[in-house]
Design a protein around this ligand. Structure first.
Ligand code: AMP
Ligand code: MN
Ligand code: MN
Ligand code: MN
Length: 276
């Protein structure tokens, strides 16, 4: 069975609609798909309908933006009830924060001689509630400032570069609590990608587990083969289950739906006691 438990639609910073995304997942031979848009659950109903039509198993998901120890980390929620009031209120608060951050990002770009970026970026945000750096990046490419999105994330929008705005997301405790209130399972996304030094990754995993986190992404488009093994070992050490997801955003980017190896044999898959 091919499980892809992390991907994005145009409800956040992906380019496909939820239904288009599910169709592509079926073409790529995904058997079980979770849609995990950043900080919004509005795509789940459409995706689930499409999955039912195509005979794919669908899992409700979300990817929540968190600040932990001054670093941005992402927490995926799986199998959650999207109508949960606590979850909805928490996500609405993050979405407001995204708008305030976007204004500060645009203001900083303007100071650096690039005007009109907020309006430009909003044109790339099919969901006006959810504005993110990827929409800024796509606009800067369209405007001819950079040749591609990858270059934008080297020259702009990151610490020390024009268009960067420091931002305090929600706490790890809140993200996990909202997911659990919605009956879901909290999974730490792509742990190999964070700017954490020394033992900080272990501290994060320990705290995540203590707060009620259940899983960690072991196989993700963000990890190298060495990291698949490393995080399989750390998951076992901390008593966390393992998840697998592409983090697909757009066709033609290097992460494809359903891509990546199977979980290492020592892992307990996050889906081991799921029933459909
Ligand atoms: P945000 O949550 O608005 O800060 O945006 C984070 C998103 O930007 C990630 O989910 C990726 O989709 C995208 N992103 C971050 N770094 C890069 C990068 N180096 N290259 C391409 N996309 C990136
Ligand atoms: Mn993204
Ligand atoms: Mn992420
Ligand atoms: Mn993601």
């Amino acid at each position: 069975m091919n499980y892809d438990l992390h991907c994005h639609s145009n409800i956040s910073d992906g380019v496909l609609s939820p239904a288009e995304l599910v169709r592509r997942a079926a073409e790529k031979r995904v058997d079980v798909l979770a849609l995990t848009d950043h900080d919004d659950v509005a795509g789940l109903a459409e995706a689930r309908d499409a999955a039912t039509t195509l005979g794919l198993h669908f899992v409700n998901g979300v990817e929540i933006s968190v600040t932990w120890s001054g670093v941005t980390v992402h927490v995926v929620g799986l199998n959650l009830e999207p109508d949960c009031a606590d979850l909805q209120a928490g996500l609405a608060q993050i979405q407001q924060g995204r708008h305030l951050r976007a204004e500060r990002m645009a203001h900083d770009l303007e100071k650096h001689g690039i005007p009109g970026v907020l309006e430009g970026a909003m044109r790339f945000a099919s969901n006006p509630r959810l504005i993110g750096r990827t929409h800024f990046a796509r606009y800067l490419v369209e405007a001819g400032v950079c040749k591609d999105v990858r270059t934008v994330f080297k020259k702009f929008l990151v610490r020390g570069r024009p268009g960067y705005a420091a931002h305090e997301w929600t706490g790890l405790d809140n993200a996990i609590a909202w997911i659990r209130a919605a009956g879901g399972q909290a999974v730490l996304a792509h742990p190999g990608r964070y700017d954490l030094k020394g033992k900080a990754t272990r501290r994060l995993l320990a705290e995540f587990k203590a707060l009620g986190g259940e899983g960690v992404e072991v196989v993700t488009g963000s990890h190298t083969p060495d990291q698949h093994q490393l995080f399989a070992e750390l998951a076992a050490y901390f008593g966390l289950m393992a998840s697998r997801g592409s983090d697909f955003h757009a066709p033609g980017e290097y992460r494809e739906l359903g891509g990546g190896p199977e979980l290492p044999a020592k892992c307990v898959p996050i889906w081991h006691n799921w029933s459909f």
